[in-house]
Write a protein that binds this ligand. Structure first.
Ligand code: FEO
Length: 382
């Protein structure tokens, strides 16, 4: 029970191998759905395709013989919309509430859907269920164009769609910040401007509870979660620290990255080292956004940089990486070029400060490179 009238009818997924086809979720995933009980009954979103029966059973357990009047579709990504047709088979009289874009997408995802009652709402529209009045607020490109969030003014609940979601099923305890950050940076990170716009609207609402489509219902200390979203969506570093992301083949570049980590730690700096070829890329991207300084260390490979470094830089620029200090370390046995190529990849990124010291390793560290690493550690500590 969320409030007297709002019930949770979502499901936990411990079978999913990769969420959205790319994110590892060791603690599973939750697809949240809610029922609002009033003179009229509204169901907020459906769940992933693998949980049809469980979800319908959850709804039935709350409603008994009552019939839902509305299915509100806030987001058409299939982890939330997959069961629209199954819902209508069970409750054919229910009216589906969305916006014009929602219904266009619904036609694309379900070309054979039966005729249904539709209510296409406009931004700012309201829907009275009796005591509860729902306000629909469009949140285009957070992170799909049809997304809308819903504010229930009676219970002061914000149904926030993917916003304030996290990886992890609800029957596993883990830290919100960590898995919400990896979720946000990975999935919504590109759309900071749009999230900022939504936060400004949210600031005008009196919110007591946030009901996201993933992760726990947030009832306390809402300022903490809103502050994190403000930091992430404005691309400000969250913590002071140096992330060293390396791509190494035989271990010499790795050794140089570790030597730099040691020098930085000796100077009191928080350091996160990441082997881009072996660690979860989403975790690496998350850390790059979390800290204020980033060191990119790559071998030169086929006159280019190592593939995992390419993927990493692409993931950063795709998500508008900015407002940080970046340094380069390169390795090359005959023609080191990685630093130049990595710098070029970040050419269009806004407000980056590049360290003057560039560490160039020729095959393996020597006294000269060790001195260069010390100079870089000094520069990054200033
Ligand atoms: Fe949770 Fe964008 O779907």
């Amino acid at each position: 029970m969320i409030t007297n009238d709002i019930r949770y009818v979502g499901v936990n997924d411990h079978q999913v191998d990769l969420f959205e086809g790319q994110y590892v979720v060791p603690n599973g995933m939750a697809y949240n759905s809610y029922v609002i009980l009033d003179d009229k009954v509204a169901v907020m979103d459906t769940v992933d395709q693998h949980f049809t029966q469980q979800w319908l059973d959850n709804i039935q357990a709350v409603l008994g013989d009552r019939q839902p009047d509305y299915l509100v579709v806030q987001h058409m990504e299939p982890d939330h919309s997959a069961n629209i047709v199954e819902f209508l088979k069970r409750y054919p009289e229910a009216c589906v509430v969305g916006n014009v874009k929602t219904f266009t997408m619904m036609g694309q995802f379900f070309p054979d859907a039966p005729k249904m009652q539709q209510m296409a709402v406009k931004d700012g529209a309201t829907l009275s269920l009796g005591k509860h009045v729902l306000h629909f607020v469009f949140a285009p490109m957070v992170h799909w164009p049809e997304v809308m969030v819903t504010y229930d003014e009676t219970d002061k609940v914000l149904f926030s769609a993917d916003g304030f979601g996290k990886f992890g099923a609800l029957d596993v305890a883990d830290e919100w910040d960590c898995e919400a950050r990896r979720y946000y940076i990975g999935i919504v990170g590109k759309y900071g401007m749009q999230v900022q716009k939504l936060l400004k609207i949210a600031a005008t609402l009196d919110i007591s509870i946030i009901c996201p489509l993933h992760g726990p219902v947030l009832k306390e200390n809402l300022g903490h979660y809103i502050e994190k979203y403000d930091i992430w969506s404005s691309y400000r570093p969250e913590d002071s620290g140096v992330m060293i992301a390396y791509a190494s083949i035989y271990g010499h570049t790795k050794a140089a990255a570790e030597a730099l980590a040691k020098e930085l730690e000796a100077r009191g700096q928080k350091v996160v080292l990441a082997d881009l070829a072996r660690e979860d890329m989403a975790e690496c991207v998350e850390d790059a956004f979390r800290y204020d300084r980033l060191v990119l260390a790559s071998v030169t490979y086929n006159g280019d940089i190592f593939p995992c470094m390419h993927a990493f830089l692409h993931a950063l620029t795709e998500r508008s990486y900015q407002n940080r200090t970046v340094a380069f370390m390169e390795n090359g046995t005959w023609a080191p070029a990685a630093a130049r190529i990595m710098a070029a990849a970040l050419e269009k990124s806004k407000n980056l400060t590049f360290a003057q010291e560039k560490v160039t390793i020729k095959s393996a560290m020597n006294d000269e490179t060790r001195a260069s690493i010390r100079r870089l550690a000094e520069e990054l500590t200033k």
